[in-house]
Design a protein around this ligand. Sequence first.
Ligand code: FES
Ligand code: MG
Length: 571
Amino acid sequence: MTKKRRSSAWYGKHDKDGFIHRSWMKNQGFPDHAFDGRPVIGICNTWSELTPCNSGLRDLAEGVKRGVWEAGGFPVEFPVMSLGETQMKPTAMLFRNLLAMDVEESIRAYGIDGVVLLGGCDKTTPGQLMGAASVDLPTIVVSSGPMLNGKWKGKDIGSGTDVWKFSEAVRAGEMTLQDFMNAESGMSRSKGVCMTMGTASTMASVVEAMGMSLPTNAALPAVDSRRMALAHLTGKRIVEMVDEDIKPSDIMTREAFENAILANAAVGGSTNAVVHLLAMAGRVGVDLALDDFELGSEIPLLVNCMPSGKYLMEDFCYAGGMPVVLSELVKQGHLRNAQTVLGGDIHAYADGAECYNDDVIQSFDSPVKPAAGLRVLRGNLAPRGAIIKPSAASDHLLDHEGEAYVFDNIEDMKANIDRDDLPVTADSILVLKGCGPKGYPGMPEVGNMPIPRRLITQGIKDMIRISDARMSGTAFGTVILHVSPEAQAGGPLALVKTGDRIRVSTSTGALELLISDAEMDARRASWQPDEPHYTRGYAKMYVDHVLQADKGADLDFLVGKDTRPVTRESH
Ligand code: FES
Ligand code: MG
């Protein structure tokens, strides 16, 4: 092989450093020809038993390796920090940027030429892509894939979505605690990520729409043997891609991000895609802004999956998956031209796509809902924006004025939400502070706070909730999220008091606190931030450097990339 590869600066040297790099690798039984200048492919694995959604990634790594060897590459698997959404406190989001740093520095420090990212659970996909984009070596994503549909008492039940429903049913006295506990094992009955269109499947769907994975990656169930074959094909392809020198910066263009936004609307994707796509764009220097998400606001909901619809990811897969959604976008002339990991244009992913169930994947002519995209709200309560997902909200609350009931922090909310004398009605607007990137810290998924018990027992299922938090991609309700700047950063959200009136207008994109400017100034003059919860280590660095939600909540010093070679040796 004649082309000088990045890895030759490790394995191609005929001196003491080359000896050291090769000899220690040979202790694993790799023969001489593994070091003959062939592409070295890093398999960046977030497998962990503490990230159950990613527990199938060891097997998939073997599939990738088969493909890499077959194509004449040298596969090397390495672990990075794993982020188990359901297991980490205070929130996995606090650590997304730490994973991104781990991925970036691991790729940069080692002698590899291309990377396959194995992720799945919510924060692992964006964290890995952010890190990989900042080094900009050829990269392909293989996702965990969704769990099989949840099953309980003869019915399909969906990850997350039905947890929120069941837990409210218990609080309303409509479900026994014993039934509630019995549903646990039926909900999660195979390897894989949440099988609703939660954040994990949303991110896998938008990554496919961006052309950063092979087609069909998003929806194939984790345990479907075709996913193992897809891993194998990805291993083959990444070797070719190294020779073709197709990098994330060639694929993750402005057009690709626009395709991601359109796809996110069509699949009824998670609000969390907003912070992740903004952060990813920041890494590759694409000037994506919160308002760009309005691009999707007129796109209809095509995919009838929970939480916006009724089916689950297994059904989405068998109906044809993302290629069908992309083909609908192509038919309407929405899909932008953008290169993919296959080297061609994203339109090729839609070629020949057939829909096998038009109730699961509907069409522009007869969609699940007419307008599915996220809406950006602004006003004196959110000068730098907030978002709402109308497809998961109640129509009668999309334009509404009501009286605020304020919780100063999560402890205040938990201690008081079920009080019998809580002075709220169905028209009240619940406000939760202190749950933004700096405040919690880490911007957790608590924005869909529970309906107060005294209302839920009256049959009230939804009311307006406003916070600087995120919400789970599996959640639903008229929930206004990501209010920016957050309360802890001195945003106007910090100044709201119980009894203030708030106007929400999704139709005009307004979010207003109905107090005078003079009153706002007076309150601001006496405002103090809370004492920080973390005073050392990564969390301190995070709080000191995290950007607000409208900038993707990346760390300020991680924005952008550095593709310079590492020249200095360790010995
Ligand atoms: Fe991991 Fe939903 S909790 S994908
Ligand atoms: Mg229809």
